[in-house]
Design a protein around this ligand. Sequence first.
Ligand SMILES: O=P(O)(O)OC[C@H]1O[C@](O)(CO)[C@@H](O)[C@@H]1O
Ligand SMILES: [Mn+2]
Length: 445
Amino acid sequence: MTNLMLILLSDNIVYVVLFSRSFAYLTIKDRTPQILTKVIDTLHRHKNEFFEKHGEEGTEAGKKAISLLSKLRNELQTDKPIVPLVEKFVDTDIWNQYLEYQQSLMKESDGKPRWFHSPWLFVECYMYRRIHEALTQSPPIDDFDVFKELKEQNFFESQESIISLCTYLQELMRTIEELDEDQLKNEFFKFLQISLWGNKCDLSLSGGETSSQKNDLISSLEDLKPFILVNDMERLWSLLSKKTREKASVRVDIVLDNSGFELTTDLVLADFLLSSKLATEIHFYGKRIPWFVSDTTIHDFNWLIEQVKHSNHKWVAKCGVDWENCVKMSRLVYHDHIFWTLPHEYCAMSQVAPDLYAELQKADLILFKGDLNYRKLTGDRKWAFTIPFHQALSDFHPAPLCSIRTLKAEIQVGLQPGQGEELAASEPSWLTSGKYGIFQFDGPL
Ligand SMILES: O=P(O)(O)OC[C@H]1O[C@](O)(CO)[C@@H](O)[C@@H]1O
Ligand SMILES: [Mn+2]
């Protein structure tokens, strides 16, 4: 048995490993170089813009970023050692310490973590962090978001679905005060499911290819129900309805994932929670730097609300105006924190980012959107399908929490005995296709 296999067995972490045909391996071998090629192409296509904005200096900066990214792609494809970050940024030291830690784990091999011989989560995060470094090393284009175009395209291509979502929400607003408990619960479940299926639209799984919502999601919800493998929506309802009875203010935190259509579904959910008085304040968390292609930054968040506000469709525009007002009144609050773009699993948060952990502790409920958040919640380990979610969280319990995620990585916990095996037998790609989803809750009620 190789040393590497020993490491694999001892801590259960998902490694990329050259000798396997795993999803992790295929992601690093095929999808990440494809994403890097798209990024390089984007920079090529913007070279006139760089020149118009910054003159010759802009052109040179574009060339520099392209050469740094080509070098990165080559390092990845030839399985070179993972090198420390060089450019000073707020998180550089933490990243380099983490790299040293990875090195210490590998002391029995040649002591150098490599692209294909390291934990998948670490390598994938490192790739996006290096893309950011290539840009920060190339001023004056250092604030250029290489994924912005793709995120905007996703939003524009999902227009029809956005119109039907916003129309549905606005029509509901007219009668929301008159709904009885059961009706309100039914609507709550609908908005939760909309937010769940919104997570299908990420652009990292598709290698940066378009992945928007083209049909009307609301009318598909019933048909999609059988694909919800863990459904703790009732527990979310019990928790929030109890909190609203007991407390004057109820805070729900949403750890965001993708911008574009998914972010719209999250804002619609947030709006519903406020309007129905199931919550009095919603706190969002986004990424400090461009991340996993489609993840939300503050620019994406503000851009999207602005777009919605200026829509030609009256109900969409009404949503935009309402959301902007809620932001102004701090009923919708946006936070970013560098921790979300570190490679650490969430059980390390209280040590690495105690301020963020303390912030999350103020929530009555935290919703974690998307697959990457699930991987970080569970430490990206090869857990048995039946292990309880509470245990896989490894002492990460800042407040009651729920993962809302479509499955795009070979990790799933908290299933019924036999459930995973049955799915695997009938559908080999069930863990990674994004077709299945979960609402997985942890916490006291
Ligand atoms: O946007 P999400 O739902 O976090 O998904 C991003 C996903 O991309 C992948 O990394 C594939 O590259 C998934 O395994 C990953 O978790
Ligand atoms: Mn994402």
